[in-house]
Design a protein. Sequence first.
Length: 94
Amino acid sequence: MNKYESVIIINPSIEEEGIKNLINKFSSLINTEGKVESVDELGKRKLAYEVKKNKEGYYVVIHFEAKPTLIAELERNYRITDEIIKFIVVRKED
């Protein structure tokens, strides 16, 4: 299994309960074929440029281990979730 880091930017208009639900949803998805090491909530931050008419976003960083096959499924879920305005998944070097 490889180590990965995923940064997701959530629409800032989503309430705290909704943010927790999204984090739980993606953590449980990762835990099906991998293991979440940590979740860092960085909070609301100003974006460098406007994304989907938002000037701010709620940043969440997830560190996890997973098989490479899980990444495509994770990114597919990010794309179809309307609350996610931007995301990236990066493989960390050992």
